[in-house]
Design a protein around this ligand. Structure first.
Ligand SMILES: Nc1ncnc2c1ncn2[C@@H]1O[C@H](COP(=O)(O)OP(=O)(O)OP(=O)(O)O)[C@@H](O)[C@H]1O
Length: 271
């Protein structure tokens, strides 16, 4: 099943404002996440990306503006219902160090277990599938506390996937991953979008990875959306200069023809 881009948005963030104390962090940001599509929020450090994910996932209430899940204000919905439909993998996911990787993933099934105390065969099969998708099957019996950074990142993703969310927020999901896993995890998310209609909204500093896999990019800087649209419309030298104060060249990468950003380094120092 290919899920059409014409489908109604699953989530709408409208005119979102937020401040920590007196310091504004988001000023009038809007976006839409559609089923079957991937949106990536990019932008410089401190631009408000993680804060935005907090608002969109219903964890933090905006000072102004609204977050609508299927047209309904997310802050008016029962928390359990939001948790059932919306997954969030934060930058530093909390993992109980003593639980094995398999137990950690199974814990992600909790909301689907409907009061059952113990997992059944379907839960176990779902956990094993999520572990296969994130390439952590071989780590099933290892304690979460004994995993590497990249292994923990994939474990947190497996725990989110096993809950079968409709919408998944991911804060820098590939930051600890090696090159092969960056591609395989993004490709896996892309397949989940296209085949199951999952809506994905992620944050990334990897502009090229975002361009390669995401349908839409939102460029956030200083709490404001500088641009939102398909990769070729957002990744322009002028917009990148404006957001990052950095000169870049942009060409087409060879596999999909998506924009590829190359930062221009200053001249070599003498000596
Ligand atoms: N709990 C907090 N209290 C006060 N200020 C905060 C808090 N969390 C974040 N900030 C500030 O809000 C601004 C936006 O932070 P946020 O983490 O949303 O940015 P970001 O774009 O995700 O950054 P990065 O790319 O560095 O992860 C930053 O200036 C940050 O210092």
């Amino acid at each position: 099943m290919d899920v059409s881009a014409a489908q109604a948005p699953l989530l709408i963030g409208r005119d979102l404002h937020f401040a920590y104390g007196q310091t504004p962090v988001l000023e009038g940001v809007g976006l839409e996440v559609r089923p079957g599509r991937m949106l990536c929020v990019i932008g410089p450090n401190g631009g408000g990306k993680s804060t935005l994910l907090g608002l969109l996932s219903g964890l933090v209430r905006p000072a102004r503006g609204r977050v609508l899940l299927d047209g309904v204000d997310i802050f008016g919905l029962p928390r359990a219902q939001v948790a059932r439909r919306v997954g969030l993998v934060s930058q530093a996911p909390q993992l109980a160090p003593g639980l094995s990787a398999l137990e950690t993933v199974l814990a992600g099934r909790f909301a689907l277990m409907g009061g059952r105390q113990f997992e059944n065969q379907a839960d176990l099969a779902a956990a094993r599938q999520a572990m296969a998708l994130t390439n952590i099957t071989h780590l099933a019996d290892r304690p979460a506390g004994a995993l590497s950074g990249g292994e923990r990142q994939r474990l947190a993703l497996a725990r989110a996937l096993v809950a079968e969310p409709e919408l998944l927020f991911l804060d820098e999901p590939t930051s600890a991953l090696d090159l092969e896993h960056q591609i395989s995890i993004m490709a896996m998310l892309e397949r989940a979008c296209r085949q199951k209609g999952l809506g994905v909204c992620l944050v990334s500093h990897d502009l090229n990875l975002a361009a390669l896999f995401c349908d839409q990019l939102l460029l956030l800087a200083g709490g404001k959306a500088l641009a939102c649209g398909p990769p070729h419309a957002v990744l322009t030298p002028a917009l990148i200069q404006k957001a990052y104060g950095l000169a870049v060249t942009i060409d087409a990468e060879p596999s999909r023809g998506r924009p590829r950003v190359t930062p221009l380094a200053p001249p070599l120092p003498p000596g």
